[in-house]
Ligand binder design. Sequence first.
Ligand code: 4AD
Ligand code: MG
Length: 462
Amino acid sequence: MQRTKIIDLLRSEEIGLKVRVMGWVRTRRGNKNIAFIALNDGSTIHHLQIVAELEKFDEETIKRITTGCALQVEGRLVESPAKGQPVELAAEKIEILGEANPESYPLQKKGHSLEFLRSIAHLRPRTNTFGAVLRIRHALAFAIHKFFNDKGFVYVNTPIITATDAEGAGEMFRVTTLDINHPPRKPDGGVDFSKDFFGRETNLTVSGQLEAELVALALSQVYTFGPTFRAENSNTPRHLAEFWMIEPEMAFYDINENMDLAEEFLKYLISYTLEHCMDDLKFLNRMCDEDLINRLENVVQSKFERLTYTEAMTILESSGLKFEFPLGWGNDLQAEHERYLVEKHFGRPVILTDYPKNIKAFYMKQNHDGKTVRAMDVLFPRIGEIIGGSQREENLEALLDRIHELGMNEKELWWYIDSRRFGTVPHSGFGLGFERLVQFVTGMSNIRDVIPFPRTPQNAEF
Ligand code: 4AD
Ligand code: MG
């Protein structure tokens, strides 16, 4: 007999059906005549109740059925007298596939703290909360591909090992096969990277954007969805050293069309989860964050507020509030400033444009004022910056001027600069931090709880 998933059983409600299920025990309770076993197989947040009449089974087997152990059960679906579940399984045959010793299995009592669960990340997918988060994460990944596919975008894979620093922030993890204790040296004493694997210095990518631009200047509309790495020493609830980013890049788009796409994209993704993940969202709403579903619906329904960085700075300065990080034109905005604008001042998502060029990357299109660039950051409640993007500088001279002004190495970027030499066109794109999106949709307050095995400063366990 084939295995049936619990989600399908609970949906079918086919009374009398003989089935086989497999899963992990969440709880076992009962009395001397009967045992009730809550079984979960990860296909849904809901458990299947297994009812075992003890006279049909040997006592030793029943005793070994403890929280966390894996079972295979055959039996018939019967109507459930219990509230909240249409059917239960009257067990006829129970086989223990894997035991979980109650003395040492750490997931015994309910309500472990999220901090504790992080220390047992190898087991936390077995909790209701992480099951819900991981199913929603999957649904979002699927919806991202669906959104772009339906619009005719092409999914491109950009390199993970690169020699460039796309964002120019110097926050890179080095990739090398040199013996770090005895590296080959140049006459001046510096490390001789010409002897390294790639014959040059390489690192893990911080963004696939520069390569995505090259492909967009041929296929018009493309997107990446891959891992990115940042060696920034930020120990915050919104930063990971390894995170996934979605980067669409569109030829012939200006910054306004870029903002329109970003807004439509985010609303589509949130609506998709409201439509397809309601069981998990209701669970998270009940257990972790009672305003979650309300907040998601609000964002879908609201028009995002659009204003310039300069206008936002004026609003912040006239708020009269004392922020931890200083305000002032030219300073980068911190999460506290972003959240004030979104949560207190406007009460909906905000898109800020035209940032000072000195706090943004070299590739952004320069405005005529000589001070600002056509950047756009999308700011969300509780998250702050969820998307960063811009119109790109497509003019060869202006791009070269900026590269020189920043003291960057023009030679290393020859291929990027070439794209402005041949058939250059206005184009735009943005990057969505996947974990920040999952964080917003699940309501989890720490980004470490929306990726199975987080990478953060001083932590690469599992
Ligand atoms: O603003 P960022 O640095 O922009 C870029 O990398 C551009 N190349 C994107 C583009 O225009 N194609 O990063 C984009 C987004 C941020 O808005 C944020 O959501 C997320 O990536 N992000 C992080 N998420 C988790 N941990 C970190 N350390 C992150 N750094 C950025
Ligand atoms: Mg940014």
